[in-house]
Design a binder for this molecule. Structure first.
Ligand code: GLY
Length: 579
């Protein structure tokens, strides 16, 4: 039985006992599944919730919670499981960011397990003799591979904030890799779609395509015994089972054979960094998010600070006026992002200035209610580098009030596409997230530099934005998304949909999304945004482009009525499961 099914009678009973709600503008903390106005229903649970982009991984997390594990135990189990069941983004050969809230100590920690550039990397490694960037080198080459952080990140999280052993939390992943998983339509389609990049590496083709070179079909069984072996080494030896010995030797050989410069010492020296999250205040809620080298938290807070200057709730959800203000805010935040964000261990990122209320007021005062400011007037500059949208996010809440918000990635779908021979481990192409070009100062008085240039041991800039919104000091909303540069605006919209517009978490996840990133100067919208709104936006000067759906949010909302989960309906196979 589906874990939430047995609660349905209880949900109905509670719903019938509650007064009918007639206002479309519920306060955010009233927005649950019980409103008569709701157009979508989240999953409800009493004890705990896991929302991830793949059902088997969500189930793994719930089983760990049921066994008495806490949110961190469940999160680490989900991360290892996704490496098997969602190989295009789940990983042990990549990296990411985890936000952990420990209820007992009322503290939130930002765990940075982003990949690091190999020590020999420098700003010229991706340039040809004319100084032009060669995409192939940073995407499908040994040079593309950053030193992976996931195994170190998960081990640290488990050791410091979990209660279970690596052996316990890797067991489900090892079993699924060894025994095989049933190929879903989503997996079949993505493997077929990425065949060119994947099959250029024989080690990869041998795992993800059949012996005769044909594609896996829906319901075929995909076994990954070499990955099971690599996971078993981690279970037995901890981080040494990945960063030293057999696995490390195989990873370094694969990277160097593919033209890369990673060394055994780079793997041995990899470090996870525990950072202070960035914090902001939005209409009485505290927003806690990922600090640099992610740009996500800084710009979510910067944008919320600006939008707080406007009566967004009165202007309405997804009206032309609200979207106009959001777009003008996004442009300015992304202009800043192109300039000031990078690895804080290498570059002094002006976090305080960018997230200050004064700065937000200055930006707000430059926004016209009626017409756009073209991006060229905001700041002359360079195009933001391409960012892959094949990241994945999961959120976990346990019965003690602990919460985990985690986003991790291989960068592109299946990363570089290269599997290190004998390991089953897909290696990232995160080096493509560095920028090769120098920056220029922007129009707001902040002086920028070459914050995201390639340097040895540096972490590339990211958009990943695992976020926890707190109410009265407790996690209220745990959320995040994949989507490359769209991650930041997608997460922003989940927060606004709940806080400004009183939507429950399922409605907030389903609502049409928009995105502007300063350059290119276009307002990207999803196809479900209505034509009239688009016309009104065009009348204000926006260049509106209807493009593919954005994000795959995995969110959990907690209030006195229970725990509410919602997996974004935009991707097949996602599931929020409660118990
Ligand atoms: N590679 C996508 C990101 O870090 O945001």
């Amino acid at each position: 039985m589906h874990p939430t099914k047995k609660f349905r009678p209880l949900i109905l009973a509670i719903a019938m006992a509650l007064p009918l709600v007639s206002s479309p503008n519920l306060l955010a903390d009233e927005s649950s599944i019980f409103s008569q106005m709701a157009t979508a229903q989240p999953v409800w649970a009493k004890h705990g919730m896991v929302a991830s982009q793949e059902t088997l991984a969500s189930r793994t997390g719930i089983e760990i919670l049921k066994q008495g594990g806490n949110a961190v135990d469940a999160a680490v189990a989900v991360a290892f499981s996704l490496a098997v069941t969602l190989p295009r983004a789940g990983n042990i050969g990549g990296g990411g960011f985890m936000l952990v809230h420990i209820a007992k100590e009322n503290k939130t920690i930002a765990i940075d397990y982003r990949e690091m550039a190999p020590s020999k990397a420098n700003k010229d490694i991706f340039l040809d003799e004319n100084g032009d960037a060669v995409e192939k080198l940073s995407r499908e080459h040994g040079l593309a591979v950053g030193v992976p952080g996931t195994v170190m990140g998960m081990s640290l999280a488990l050791e410091k904030y979990g209660t279970m052993t690596l052996k316990q939390v890797t067991a489900p992943a090892i079993e699924m890799a060894q025994e095989g998983i049933s190929v879903t339509p989503d997996l079949a389609q993505s493997l077929a779609g990425l065949k060119r990049r994947m099959s250029q590496w024989p080690t990869t083709a041998a795992i993800f395509y059949k012996a005769d070179g044909s594609d896996y079909q829906v319901d075929d069984v995909l076994k990954q015994p070499e990955l099971a072996h690599s996971l078993s080494l981690i279970a037995q030896k901890g981080t040494k089972g990945f960063y030293e010995g057999e696995t490390a030797t195989k990873i370094v050989k694969a990277v160097q054979d593919a033209g890369g410069i990673m060394t055994l010492d780079d793997l041995k020296q990899y470090k996870v960094v525990e950072r202070k999250p960035v914090r902001g205040e939005y209409r009485g809620y505290e927003v806690v998010s990922m600090p640099p080298p992610s740009s996500g938290g800084v710009h979510i807070i910067e944008m919320l600070n600006v939008l707080q200057q406007f009566p967004i709730d009165k202007l309405g959800q997804n009206t032309a006026q609200t979207i106009h203000l959001m777009t003008e805010t996004m442009k300015r935040a992304y202009a800043d992002r192109s300039e000031y964000l990078g690895d804080p261990d290498f570059y002094n990122v002006p976090v305080k200035a960018l997230t200050s209320k004064d700065y937000a007021q200055k930006i707000a005062s430059q926004i016209s209610m009626d017409k756009i400011t073209p991006s060229t007037d905001i700041k002359p500059g360079k195009l933001a580098p391409y960012e892959s949208d094949q990241t994945t996010h999961f959120s976990v809440v346990d019965k003690w009030g602990n919460a985990v918000s985690n986003t991790y990635t291989l960068n592109f779908s299946y990363g570089s596409g290269l599997v290190a021979k004998g390991t089953g481990i897909l290696l990232n192409n995160e080096m493509d997230d560095f920028s090769a070009k120098a920056g220029v100062p922007n129009g707001y008085g902040l002086v920028g530099g070459d914050a995201n240039a390639v340097e040895g041991n540096k972490r590339p800039l990211s958009s990943m934005s695992p976020t926890i919104v707190m109410k009265d000091g407790k996690p209220f909303l745990v959320t995040g998304s994949p989507g490359g540069s769209r991650i930041i605006t997608t997460t922003l919209q989940i927060i606004m949909n709940v806080i400004d517009h009183g939507l429950n978490i399922a409605e907030a996840s389903n609502a049409a999304r928009i995105h502007h990133q300063w350059l290119p100067d276009e307002l990207r919208v999803e196809s479900s945004l209505n034509r009239d709104t688009i016309s009104l936006l065009e009348a204000k000067g926006h260049k509106v482009k209807v493009q593919s759906a954005m994000g795959s949010t995995q969110s959990i909302m907690v209030n006195e009525q229970g725990i509410f989960g919602s997996s974004d309906p935009r991707h097949a196979g996602s599931e929020a499961i409660g118990y």
